[in-house]
Structures are given as C-alpha cells and as structure tokens.
Design a protein around this ligand. Structure first.
Ligand SMILES: Nc1ncnc2c1ncn2[C@@H]1O[C@H](COP(=O)(O)OP(=O)(O)O)[C@@H](O)[C@H]1O
Ligand SMILES: [Mg+2]
Length: 250
C-alpha cells in the first residue's frame, strides 16, 4: 500500500484540486483508493458531493482507526472511497500531542487500512503542525503544489529545511508548479530557476484555468466532466507522472 499526500504549508495553492483528480485517476487505473480529507474545511469531500464525517472519538489510535473506518463512504466512482473531514479535526494536534509516539500515530492508524486499499491519499490542511509531522512520517510520497511566486518558493524552502532539520527524507517531496500563468514574467523566471536547485520537481505544470474553478459548481473532479481541456490534460499527465514515481519506489 502506498500513502500519497497533497500538502503545502500554504493554503489556496491547489492541494485539494490535485487530491481529488489524483484520486479519480488512481481508481480509474484499477487501484483500490481511499481519499482521506484531513482539512476541517472539508473541500475534498464537498467535491465528491458528501457531507462531513460523524464526530470521531480520538482518544487513542485504536479509537481513531475505528472512528475513521466508520466514516468510510463509497463515492459515485466505484473503487474510490472517501473519509470526509469533520470540524473536530481542528483538535487533531491536541489529541495527537496527548498520545505517546505522537509523531508516528497516523502511520500506525493507516496501517490498519492496508488490506483494503492499494493507495491512501491524504488531502492536508496548510501549516506545519503535529498533524503535518504525522503526515510527513506516514507518507511514501508528498506532492507539493507551488504557485511560481516568491512566497510559494519561500514556503517550499521552509518545508525542505524542516525536513533536513528533523532528518526526514527530503527525497519524498515532489513539488510541482500549480496555477501557472505563462504570460506572467515572474512565473516564467521562477519556473526556470527553482527546479535547478530541486532535483525532485515534477515536470508537469498545471495552468491557471477557470475550468478547474468550476469543480465547485460541478462537484466532481475536473477529469470526471472534462477530459480535453488544457487543465484536464495537464492533471492527467501530472497524475501519471506521480504514479510512475510511486511504482518506481521499492
Ligand atoms: N489550476 C487552477 N486554476 C484556477 N483555479 C484553481 C486552480 N487550482 C485550484 N484553483 C482554485 O483555487 C482555489 C484553491 O484551490 P484548492 O485546491 O482548494 O487549494 P488548497 O487545497 O491548497 O487550499 C479553489 O477555488 C480552486 O478552485
Ligand atoms: Mg484544500
């Protein structure tokens, strides 16, 4: 089983847009897929026309695993299950903090789902918190949307530095350029330079496109209702690039 996370310290960069389309491509490829929406804002589940999860008991990892399991819902796409988020997730850090081995709890909880799924996808909230540290230690691959701006570049540097300081495996980070506006000179310059210092940058670029924003109206992944627009083709290429990377991992 592979655990892939869509994560960035920054909000509004395209984490959820990636997570829902990647989930769609994974199940389309025949992989039994579980998408867990870890962001209390609940956008990923919203895109799959679901409400929020029932309140979870999070007192220890067994209770957390049971609670998550009881919230698994089948999506409209066979082979893809979703665990919606809940506002109670805002307390994840406090609950994790009270557990022993608090940085590795999520991995233990997710191991329980191993027999049932080929891939677990985590749509993460922004910020670096104890929950994020759990995500870092649970994930086999962390895909990081980066809008080609100075601030996004800065948060990618902060994340890389955090990994180095905590002796986490930097090589599991896979940044990609999100919401790219090719006419924007700064975007072009940053896209030329940033990958030079980051050998794991994914090659596929996601353009800024109103088609992606329409996911909020259609309430399904872009790839489920449009396969030929520029953004859809880019998402498909990006997902395939990510899949090649996971398949290549031991
Ligand atoms: N490639 C894109 N082009 C245009 N709008 C986008 C694109 N990707 C995401 N968006 C929009 O930007 C907003 C934030 O995207 P989202 O995926 O929710 O970011 P995050 O999960 O990082 O907060 C949403 O309204 C979404 O529809
Ligand atoms: Mg999000």
């Amino acid at each position: 089983m592979n655990i892939i996370s869509s994560y960035s310290i920054k909000g509004g960069v395209g984490k959820t847009a990636l997570a829902v389309n990647l989930a769609y491509v994974l199940r389309e490829s025949g992989r039994r897929t579980l998408l867990i929406d870890l962001d209390p804002q609940g956008a990923a589940a919203f895109y799959f026309r679901m409400g929020s999860a029932k309140k979870l008991r999070m007192r220890d990892s067994d209770a957390l695993a049971d609670g998550l399991r009881s919230n698994i819902r089948e999506s409209d796409f066979p082979g893809l299950d979703i665990i919606p988020s809940n506002l109670a997730y805002r307390n994840f850090d406090i609950v994790l903090d009270s557990m022993s081995k608090s940085r590795k709890r999520l991995r233990k909880v997710l191991d329980e789902f191993k027999p049932d799924y080929d891939v677990i996808l985590l749509d993460c909230p922004p910020n670096i918190t104890l929950l994020s540290e759990n995500v870092f230690r649970a994930s086999d691959l962390i895909v990081v949307p980066v809008i080609p701006t100075v601030l996004s570049q800065r948060t990618l540097d902060q994340l890389t530095l955090f990994f180095q300081n905590e002796e986490l495996p930097v090589e599991i980070l896979r940044p990609f350029f999100s919401m790219v506006q090719k006419r924007n000179r700064m975007h072009r310059d940053i896209m030329d330079e940033l990958p030079l210092s980051n050998p794991h940058f994914l090659k596929t670029v996601i353009p800024f496109s109103a088609d992606v924003e329409k996911m909020g109206l259609r309430r399904m992944p872009l790839l489920a209702y449009s396969s030929n627009c520029e953004a859809a083709m880019a998402y498909r290429a990006l997902c395939n690039e990510i899949l090649c990377q996971t398949a290549a991992r031991p």
